[in-house]
Design a binder for this molecule. Structure first.
Ligand SMILES: Cc1cc2nc3c(=O)[nH]c(=O)nc-3n(C[C@H](O)[C@H](O)[C@H](O)COP(=O)(O)OP(=O)(O)OC[C@H]3O[C@@H](n4cnc5c(N)ncnc54)[C@H](O)[C@@H]3O)c2cc1C
Length: 485
């Protein structure tokens, strides 16, 4: 069956994926009068930034708040999407903590709190190690790429790094941190002991990294992307849900048609441009004729870390006072706990709280295939260790769900694979990639809304078939993010 998008004067655009990046692109292009079709495998829009129903509760698919940064880019994004947050959005002050050796510390770390919280000998070791690391790194010869561990030890000293990043990061990424690229530190790039001390004295604050405010729509994060979907539909464009993209047919260096399966039937849609937010390894395997084997081989080396999300409904009004808590100590198997009610208390009844606990895994390990009951028991054991006196009787219900491609993994020198893949796919003149998976960039929703807005401007300025300029712009953009800017 062949669908055809109503031919308007502008090029016909097919957007692959209805997450934050795809929806933002579709919304902006719809406003600019483009005929757009969005193809989304899921039954709802929002991608990872969606709100899901669990029995009688509604919760986000992992904790999701929208970052407010003190940058021009952030102000531009927020001004553009402000209507989608509803009349009276919540403005939250970042309420995140790390649980370290039985105590809660503010995150990003406040050094005096840590130095005063740990035992005095440990505090002394933190300071001595930091001084040693600073001197050693001054004389170290430059390398092609530092590992995450080298970055951490240089910036924090061995003791603070091990306590606060080493053990936790190895668990999150499933690799020794000596095998992870320092580019993984993009989100905490300004987190070095010198900066922490200056910040504690009120002298240095890096606006890009140290955002302290969030905006949140009261009924759940997906309000934002449902709002965008409303604009897309109101302009006569279509969002096809339950539509799994299977093939992109190329002729003469451009994609002419995209195939997708919906309700068990294959459909084909004709197009002038394709904007893809799909994981790069999947996209590479979808193009017909196939991309060169070298590109496909590089794409197979790009790995994703998967997540199980375990939700516990507790028969108590609240567990913590925090948006989320990182569990740093070796005794924990799960990474992070978040409490939906602490973000919006309108989503959970007064006498109940819903926790979301994250467990990082590789898709080929046994635990990924374990029963929900097994995963729940492992989670409950960790929650019981947190010191809140949680008992099994308090758990009213539990739910286990997963995100198979949650985090692009930056193995050491991963760009040796990533760059040839980005170059390979953008050889197709009207295929442009964006988003967390389309760029293999561990970025946040605000960044992906920005990219959606940028890609609409790009199409408007340069037409549907200038993937080369887009790729060049994106490589520059990614480099900034890798530097934590
Ligand atoms: C646990 C967790 C917590 C997070 N918390 C925050 C936070 O608090 N704040 C923040 O700003 N960011 C947060 N993020 C990051 C945020 O989720 C991402 O930046 C954002 O969702 C990426 O948007 P995207 O559109 O690029 O990708 P996605 O959201 O992954 O969207 C891609 C879409 O493509 C669809 N798709 C995939 N394959 C196909 C196919 N073959 N056919 C059709 N459709 C397909 C998927 O179903 C999905 O809907 C968090 C991420 C995780 C994992």
């Amino acid at each position: 069956m062949t669908d055809s998008i109503e031919q308007k004067t502008k090029p016909r655009v097919v957007v692959l994926g209805a997450g934050p990046a795809g929806m933002s692109a579709a919304w902006r292009l719809s406003e600019l009068g483009y005929p757009v079709t969005v193809l989304e495998r899921d039954a709802a829009v929002g991608g990872m930034g969606k709100t899901i129903g669990l029995g009688k509760y509604r919760v986000d698919y992992g904790p999701h708040t929208f970052h407010i940064r003190e940058t021009d880019e952030s102000r531009e994004v927020l001004a553009a999407i402000r209507p989608f947050f509803g009349e009276d959005p919540l403005i939250l002050t970042r309420g995140t903590r790390v649980l370290l050796q039985g105590k809660y510390y503010i995150y990003p770390l406040e050094v005096f709190q840590v130095l005063l919280g740990v035992n005095p000998l440990l505090a002394l070791r933190i300071l001595v190690d930091y001084a040693t690391a600073t001197i050693t790194s001054t004389f170290a010869p430059p390398k092609k790429e530092d590992s995450f561990e080298e970055w951490g030890v240089r910036n924090l000293g061995r003791t603070l790094y091990d306590l606060c990043f080493g053990i936790y990061s190895a668990r999150v990424w499933g690799l020794p941190t000596s095998q992870i690229s320092s580019k993984q530190a993009q989100r905490v790039a300004k987190l070095n002991l010198k900066n922490i001390i200056l910040r504690a004295l009120g002298i240095a604050a890096d606006p890009a990294t140290y955002f302290t405010k969030y905006m949140y729509p009261r009924a759940g994060i997906s309000e934002l992307f449902e709002g965008m979907a409303g604009v897309v539909r109101a302009s006569g464009n279509e969002i096809k849900l339950g539509a799994t993209v299977t093939r992109a047919d190329c002729e003469d260096g451009v994609i002419r048609r995209v195939a997708y399966v919906q309700d068990g039937q294959e459909h084909v849609i004709e197009c002038d441009a394709v904007l893809s937010t799909l994981p790069l390894p999947a996209l590479v395997e979808m193009t017909a004729p196939a991309l060169p084997e070298e590109v496909r081989a590089h794409a197979r080396c790009l790995r994703y870390r998967s997540l199980k999300l375990i939700y516990l409904v507790l028969k108590r009004p609240r567990l913590t006072d925090y948006h989320w808590v990182y569990l740093l100590d070796e005794q924990f198997r799960v990474n992070r706990l978040s409490e939906q009610k602490n973000v919006s208390d309108e989503m959970v009844p007064k006498d109940r709280t819903v926790l979301c606990v994250e467990l990082s895994l590789w898709k080929d390990e046994d635990l990924w295939r374990a029963s929900d009951e097994e995963i729940y028991r492992l989670t409950l054991r960790d929650i019981m260790k947190m010191g809140y006196g949680v008992t099994e009787d308090e758990v009213e219900e539990y739910y286990v769900t997963d995100i198979p491609t949650a985090y692009p993994v930056y193995e050491l020198n991963f760009e040796d694979h990533l760059i040839p893949v980005l170059e390979g796919v953008h050889e197709i003149r009207n295929l442009l990639t964006l988003g967390r998976h389309g760029l293999f960039l561990n970025n946040s929703m605000d960044d992906n809304v920005l990219l959606g807005m940028k890609i609409a401007d790009h199409l408007e300025a340069r037409g549907p078939a200038d993937s080369q300029t887009w790729k060049t712009d994106m490589l520059a953009f990614m480099n900034l993010r890798f530097q934590g800017k």
